[in-house]
Design a protein around this ligand. Structure first.
Ligand code: UDP
Ligand code: MG
Length: 320
């Protein structure tokens, strides 16, 4: 392991309209990193911000050249912004962190300790979600329960993207080419020697959350559909059940007609069955469509993100 006295530590920060927190963020994180090593970099990914985020980053870089900037061509969303940052990071250990100080930088000290003790991935686990709203808390709980049941690897509860990863984990991560990037799922799939540190998640330092209801909903669907093909299999079982029940019911009707004759009843039951099964059909098609759509997105082989400018970083590592 590259466990030098002075390991290179990379911090990766996706930023979308974070002008209000940038200065506080650097004030908080720089002393922590300086106390750990002489050799660090803070890779800030400007995810198509429309405010003063980029000029503020450039100003901050004038004071500390360890601050490096990846300026994306537009807003790609947190997951892809993070991917871009991880691609550029060169550290022996790499830590993705939110800009709004909801991921406390002090925790990095503890993470580095566990990394030095031999863990490849040190996950920050929230001990509570009191500072999230009721709705976000409940929906997160439900999501983790469903996703955990559906997938083989499971997604650890209450763990976000905030974690420390060894270089070998980063290389493994970089070898995953898919464009539907549900980071929590990808992290869980990787495995490696994991350790945890716990913390209470504070409120945003300033600014507002970038998540809206639909975004969260789509994020949750993304999590399930990009992570497991189990919903496809449900249709095999439903189809099986129907094909077992249908002949039985059919025989019942035939026998009943032979015995009691046919008085042409059954309008209500026919309509009910037609509606029910066409509903099921459409649902099945929709779920199939979710996967076909994802296959379509993947085969286009577009780059995951586009870099407008990389300041202080080698450009050869550009988009993939
Ligand atoms: N973020 C981003 N692109 C986006 C949305 C968010 O890079 O499209 C960044 C944002 O600047 C912040 C982090 O992702 O550093 C987490 O965002 P936020 O605090 O809004 O999410 P929450 O903490 O409410 O889950
Ligand atoms: Mg936040």
């Amino acid at each position: 392991m590259t466990m030098a006295q002075n390991p290179m530590i990379s911090v990766v920060v996706p930023m979308y309209n974070e002008e209000e927190v940038i200065d506080v963020f650097f004030e908080a994180i720089t002393p922590v990193l300086r106390s750990l090593t002489d050799n660090y970099e803070i890779i800030c990914v400007n995810d198509g911000s429309s405010d003063m985020t980029l000029p503020k980053l450039i100003a901050a870089r004038n004071n500390d050249p360890a601050i490096k900037i990846v300026d994306l061509s537009r807003n790609f969303g947190k997951e892809l912004a993070l991917t871009a940052g991880l691609d550029f990071a060169t550290g022996d250990a790499v830590v993705p962190i939110d800009a709004d100080l909801q991921d406390p930088p002090e925790l990095i000290t503890e993470m580095v300790q566990k990394w030095r003790d031999g863990a490849d991935m040190v996950i920050a686990v929230r001990s509570d979600r009191d500072n999230d709203g009721w709705f976000k808390r409940k929906s997160a709980e439900l999501f983790y329960r469903v996703a955990g049941r559906l997938s083989d690897t499971g997604i650890p509860d209450n763990a976000g993207d905030f974690r420390l990863m060894d270089r070998k984990v980063i290389e493994a991560l970089r070898a995953m080419p898919e464009r539907t990037r549900f980071m929590k799922g990808i992290f869980a799939w990787l495995g490696f020697k994991q350790a945890e540190v716990t913390y209470a998640r504070p409120k945003r330092a300033a600014g507002t959350t970038k998540w809206k209801f639909w975004k969260l909903w789509n994020f949750a669907l993304e999590g399930i559909f990009s992570f497991t093909t189990l919903p496809l299999r449900i249709w095999t079982y439903i189809g099986f059940a129907v094909s077992v029940i249908a002949p039985a019911y059919g025989s019942f009707i035939v026998v009943r007609t032979l015995i009691f004759g046919n008085d042409v009843p059954g309008y209500a039951s026919t309509i009910t069955l037609i509606l029910f099964f066409s509903g099921l059909n459409m649902l099945g098609l929709g779920i199939l469509g979710e996967y076909v759509g994802r296959v379509f997105m993947e085969v286009k082989r577009r780059p995951l993100y586009l870099v407008r400018e990389a300041i202080g970083l080698e450009l050869e590592k550009e988009e993939r």
